[in-house]
Each structure stands twice: as structure tokens, then as C-alpha cells.
Design a protein around this ligand. Structure first.
Ligand code: UFG
Length: 339
């Protein structure tokens, strides 16, 4: 099938492009390269031995996107393209609402116009806020998010629900927990522009010496060891879930016009546990300090994966060791390439 991957040079998008190609699909990427690099396309081609079609298009540019849809006769869209820095969204809410929502509206309008009736959307467990119970399942109440970024995900899900109710378009929202790791080839991975915010790139950049010190934000939470707990999932497992979701729609297996799935492992890992796992599996010593809480962090969250496991027939298989060793191999490859 012919699948448009918006944001396909980004972290999750690039791994999903590889997984789609490996499963026999033709991949078309559009990306504005706002937070990624065009060379990622070569890396995707190198891993897969296939050439993806790539165009530098901003999904907010309706006219350019319209021409792309017209030219390529697509069967489905996976919409990753979005701004994703939680803290920045608090400073620049209008930029986040405009970019993340206008791009989705454009995609949906063009899907309707060009009769592309299958859409997978990148959502986030951020829509659950501070969970009322754990592990959290898809039935849990969606809450008022802590940040404009989180709110764009919540509103986007509402737009998808309403649009799928009124049109031929079917959609699946995938609520990611915390994606980490990198492709085993170390040819693609997470490439944060500027200082990273997320834990794993901060860990690997501290280990390699790009950052001096890792701060552990909060050690007095009511958790296993006082630090926050998250459900980290290997990005290659996450990518494979997108292939399954797309094929579910293309094969007419969806149970409803709009469906939602959690993508996690079901395992909660604390910040300190992640640090210790990294040290154990890579042999690197991390320079870290225990410090104050980061505003807006939920205390702990991990997924109930039963619905995704049973209904999609998908399960994350990669271990914590895979996550940290692949992330580290990627950081080492970045260093080698910069020398
Ligand atoms: N952390 C540190 N030090 C750091 C960076 C992070 O202690 O330098 C901690 C955070 O306080 C948090 C945990 O590591 O407890 C994970 O933080 P991340 O920033 O990696 O991830 P978040 O869980 O905050 O955010 C992620 C995604 C968001 C998404 C959110 C949903 O980055 O896009 O999950 O919960 F909205």
C-alpha cells in the first residue's frame, strides 16, 4: 500500500517508515525539517534497500500538501508531524495550537478530498493526565492536560472522533507512553535539536560528555524509590504497532470508525531505575544529582496493554536492556560521525 508518513524524518516517524517498508509498503515522507534532518531519508534507504519518496513540505501548507496528495495517489496517512516540547508549548501556546491543529485539519480535509480513508494519529498518554488508577487502560477518563502540547493531542483526538463520525475516513489514535531506544543498525535514532528535555537523550548525552550532569527531577514522590515512574517503550516496537494499525484499517478489521490504543510495555520504570539500568548494561558511569521536582510531571503512569495486545495482536518485545544499549549505540554513532 502507498502510505504517507508526515514527520517521517523524526524519531518515531523514521522508525515507522523503516517498519512499513520492511512489511512491503511504499512510503512517502513529508517533513518541514523543523526538528529533523533530510539525511535521515538516506539512512532509511540504507537500512531498507528501498528509496522512499521525500518532499520538504510543512503540513500547514495546504496547497503544497494538496499537490503531493494529487501526485501520489495514497492509500493511508500516518500523521506524526507536530511540535512536541512540553515546556516550549507553555511559552508558545499559539505556535503549538496553530501548528499541531492546522496540520491535522489540512490532512483530514485532503484525505476527504482525495478519498484517502485511513489515518493513524500520534497521540500520547499525556491525555490521561495524573491517572486515577494503574495500569491505565483506554477506558480511563481523558483529563484537562497540563500543557498546551498535551491539549493539542486531546483536541486532535476530538477532531478525529467527530470527523470519522461524519465522513468515510477511519482513524486510529495511538497513545504512546515513553518512546526510547534506536534502530539496532544505529543509522537512525533520536536527534534532539538543542538541549534535550527527555530522559533518555539526557542520559546518553551525559554519558558521552555532551552534558555535564544529569538532574533527577524529584526524589520525594510516592513511588517505588521517590522518583517518577514511566512506561518506556522501544521505538522499534512502537513503529511495528503502526504497521499493525495501518493494516488493520486497510484490511477492514477496524471495529469502529475511530479507535484508540495504548502503546506501552505495561512496565513502570522509575528515573533512578533507568539510570541504574543504563549504568549496568552499558558499563558507563553517570554523573547525576538528585534535585527538585520538574513542574507539570505526573507522578507515575504505565499502560494496561491488554487491549492493544488482544485486539491489535501486537506486543512490545524489546527489553529495558535493548532500550538502553540501542540508545547508547546510537549516541556513539553520532559521536563517530561528528569526528
Ligand atoms: N527526567 C529527569 N531528568 C531529565 C529529564 C527527565 O529526571 O533531565 C525525568 C522526568 O522528570 C520524568 C521522566 O524523567 O519523570 C521522563 O521524562 P521525559 O521528559 O523523558 O518524558 P515525560 O514523561 O515527561 O514526557 C513524555 C513525552 C511527552 C508526553 C509525555 C506523556 O516527552 O511528549 O511523555 O506523559 F506528553
Amino acid at each position: 500500500m502507498r502510505i504517507l508518513v508526515t514527520g517521517g524524518t523524526g524519531f518515531i516517524g523514521s522508525h515507522t517508515a523503516v517498519a512499513l517498508i520492511e512489511n512491503g509498503h511504499d512510503v512517502f515522507i513529508v517533513d518541514n525539517l523543523n526538528n529533523s534532518r533530510a539525511e535521515v531519508v538516506q539512512s532509511i534507504n540504507k537500512i531498507t534497500g528501498k528509496a522512499v519518496i521525500f518532499s520538504t513540505i510543512d503540513c500547514c501548507d495546504f496547497t503544497a500538501l494538496d499537490a503531493f496528495f494529487m501526485q501520489h495517489k495514497l492509500d493511508a496517512v500516518i500523521h506524526f508531524a507536530a511540535l512536541k516540547a512540553v515546556g516550549e508549548s507553555v511559552q508558545k501556546p499559539l505556535a503549538y495550537y496553530k501548528n499541531n491543529l492546522l496540520s491535522l485539519l489540512n490532512i483530514l480535509e485532503l484525505c476527504q478530498k482525495h478519498q484517502v480513508n485511513n489515518v493513524v494519529f500520534s497521540s500520547s498518554c499525556t491525555v490521561y493526565g495524573e491517572p486515577d488508577y494503574l495500569p491505565i487502560d483506554e477506558q480511563a477518563r481523558v483529563k484537562q492536560p497540563e500543557s498546551p502540547y498535551g491539549n493539542t493531542k486531546k483536541i486532535a483526538e476530538e477532531i478525529l472522533r467527530d470527523t470519522t463520525a461524519a465522513t468515510q475516513i477511519k482513524a486510529i489514535s495511538l497513545r504512546y507512553f515513553n518512546p526510547v531506544g534506536a534502530h539496532a543498525s544505529a543509522l537512525i535514532g533520536e536527534y534532539p535539536m538543542g538541549r534535550p528535555n527527555n530522559l533518555m537523550p539526557v542520559i546518553t548525552q551525559t554519558a558521552i560528555g555532551k552534558l555535564n550532569q544529569l538532574q533527577v527531577f524529584g526524589t520525594d514522590y510516592e513511588t517505588v524509590d521517590g522518583s517518577n515512574v514511566r512506561d518506556y517503550i522501544h521505538v522499534v516496537d512502537l513503529a511495528q504497532a503502526h504497521v499493525v494499525a495501518i493494516e488493520r484499517m486497510l484490511q477492514g478489521k477496524s471495529k469502529a470508525a475511530y479507535e484508540v490504543f495504548n502503546l506501552g510495555t505495561g512496565n513502570g520504570i522509575s528515573v533512578l531505575e533507568m539510570i541504574h539500568a543504563f549504568e549496568k548494561y552499558t558499563g558507563q558511569k553517570l554523573n547525576y544529582i538528585l534535585t527538585h521536582r520538574r513542574p507539570g510531571d505526573v507522578v507515575q503512569v504505565w499502560a494496561n496493554t491488554n487491549y492493544a495486545n488482544d485486539e491489535l495482536g501486537w506486543k512490545a518485545t524489546r527489553t529495558l536492556e535493548d532500550m538502553v544499549t540501542d540508545a547508547w549505540r546510537w549516541e556513539l554513532a553520532l559521536k563517530q560521525n561528528s569526528n
